[in-house]
Design a protein around this ligand. Structure first.
Ligand code: SF4
Ligand code: SF4
Ligand code: FES
Length: 260
């Protein structure tokens, strides 16, 4: 590990750039094995950018929702590996960071139309669920505070409804799978349960069916062609000038209904 220190103290305080509170301390953090002095108030994600790196992968929503930024670290002097989302975890002194762009987890291939609501396919598509040793490490690793072991136990029993509901907030970050001694791909198992639940247990969503009908009948084809004919600048203007959706959008409709 290189001990060469890089220190940047100039902060551009505008737009979505980093704005540091007065008196913020610079602390040592290791990125790709190299030591940087970074503001203690930053998340791992912003600290990595502050150090001069640009994310091409392993970064998405920046809000703890997309699951793209799982990160592993050790703090010097502590043997334990720690895991978290880079966009949600604030740095600490002597962190040694490694980004995980994806987990090489087993993903089964199946035809949803050939499955049933009984959920008996889960154990054959993902036989490793039967090897769960009940350690609960997956639950402790989950940044969404999901009862991960609970939904795996439901999946083992073929209880797709319970597994689907318990795993509903899963962001597919894979942190549970990184820790599991039984090598279970929890988030793929959960997705299968939600798919079976949506396909065979929940009643069909009438509003979704009518929207699909609108799309397949070509209602939006003209609008899409119009957008495809615009330059990048025109598209940017359209995007920036769009009517923003409120935080609570229940019952909300845009003033301009041209594209509804
Ligand atoms: S980490 Fe793996 S083995 Fe441990 S409880 Fe979770 S699913 Fe079971
Ligand atoms: S269940 Fe696993 S993949 Fe889903 S959010 Fe929790 S840790 Fe991430
Ligand atoms: S960037 Fe989306 S969860 Fe971190």
């Amino acid at each position: 590990m290189s001990e060469k220190t890089t220190t940047r103290v100039k902060v551009i305080a505008s737009g979505d750039r980093t704005i540091l509170p007065e008196g913020t301390k610079m602390i040592p953090v290791y990125i790709m094995g190299k030591k940087y002095m970074l503001p203690e108030t930053l998340t791992i994600q912003k600290a990595i950018e502050y150090a001069g790196y640009q994310f091409i992968r392993a970064c998405g929503c920046r809000g703890g929702i997309c699951g793209a930024c799982p990160t592993v670290w050790r703090v010097k002097g502590n043997y334990q590996l720690q895991f978290g989302l880079a966009c949600q975890t604030v740095i600490e002194a002597d962190m040694v960071l490694a980004q995980l762009p994806f987990f090489p987890a087993n993903r089964a291939t199946y035809n949803l139309d050939e499955l049933t609501a009984a959920g008996e396919a889960i154990a054959s598509l993902y036989p490793e669920v039967m090897k769960c040793v009940g350690c609960n490490t997956c639950t402790r690793a989950c940044p969404m505070e999901i009862d991960v072991m609970g939904y795996i136990n439901s999946a083992m029993r073929g209880d797709v409804a319970r597994a689907a509901k318990t795993s509903f907030d899963c962001i597919q970050c894979g942190l549970c799978s990184a820790r599991c001694p039984a090598q279970i791909a929890h988030y793929h198992v959960a997705q299968l349960c939600r798919r079976i639940f949506g396909r065979y247990v929940l009643p069909p969503a009438a509003h979704l069916e009518s929207r699909v009908e609108e799309i397949t009948s070509g209602r939006y084809d003209g609008f899409l062609e119009e957008l495809k004919g615009k330059s990048e600048d025109e598209l940017r203007k359209l995007y920036v000038g769009r009517e923003p959706e409120p935080q609570d959008s229940t019952g909300w409709e845009p003033r301009d209904k041209t594209y509804l």
